[in-house]
Write a protein that binds this ligand. Structure first.
Ligand code: SAH
Length: 229
């Protein structure tokens, strides 16, 4: 998989991509991530990337030309399955969408800043708009990092125990069951007996019941989605 990230602040990705599963996936060449600084595509004298909004109002708007040129250059080099804009008014990101994106070959992630980007970019280049939640960030970088992390960990080989991604919360519209590790008894706080029994089928059943119970208590609306499908 190849991910091209268009951003004004490529340095913001250093932290999230330099550790743990994502770092290993990059090192093992399961994913290639390429950063493109939108400013490098500016044709204005002072490398401007933003301008005042037509019609007035507060805030600056990211200009069309540098972003259009960046996307066109990338598209002349290869085909992209999705050209994604991170935006608070996009489709709310969830696990099924992460699963779908993790199977694609080439994607572009465009990070907005300021008031957002010139609407014509969205009309003419963007195939998918993603929001990571109903709140506003100062830029698309953190959102892009979230999307990348969630899809990269799903690429086969990214996690040492591959089946573990399948038992995560949301994979079957259920939250995951509680987990425990040693010691079995910590100052009188005991691990559920069943988990120490070695009885695989019963443990599986217990975990399913716990997942249902937890979902019922914390996120009952997820259960509606099971019956809808
Ligand atoms: N004026 C815009 C918000 C701009 S925030 C509005 O009200 O919709 C600046 C940039 O941050 C956006 O262009 C987008 O790329 C990113 N961003 C902000 N919140 C986000 C969210 N919840 N999900 C994804 N991207 C977000």
């Amino acid at each position: 998989m190849r991910i091209d990230i268009l951003t004004l602040f490529p340095e913001m990705f250093a932290g999230p991509f330099d550790h743990s599963i994502v770092k290993r996936a990059i090192e093992n060449k399961l994913v290639e991530i390429h950063f493109h600084n939108i400013r490098d595509f500016s044709k204005s004298k002072h490398r401007h990337v933003d301008d005042y909004p037509f019609g007035g109002g507060s805030g600056m708007v990211m200009m069309l030309q540098p972003i259009a040129d960046a996307i066109e250059k990338l598209r002349s080099e290869r085909n992209y399955d999705e050209v994604i804009f991170l935006s608070p008014d996009g489709k709310l990101f969830d696990q099924p969408e992460a699963n779908r994106l993790s199977l694609l070959n080439n994607i572009i992630l465009l990070c907005g800043h300021y008031k957002g980007i010139d609407e014509r970019i969205r009309e003419h280049f963007i195939s998918l708009e993603i929001s990571i939640g109903n709140y506003v960030l100062s830029g698309g970088e953190l959102a892009a990092a979230v999307v990348c992390d969630s899809i990269i960990r799903l690429i086969p080989g990214a996690m040492s125990d591959e089946t573990s991604a399948l038992s995560d919360s949301f994979q079957d519209h259920l939250l995951s069951a509680p987990v425990y590790t040693r010691p079995a008894n910590y100052k009188g706080w005991k691990v559920p007996e069943i988990l120490l029994s070695g009885h695989e089928a019963k443990i599986k059943q217990w975990r399913h019941e716990q997942a249902l119970k937890r979902t019922q208590e914390h996120r009952p609306e997820l259960l509606d989605r099971i019956t809808e499908e």
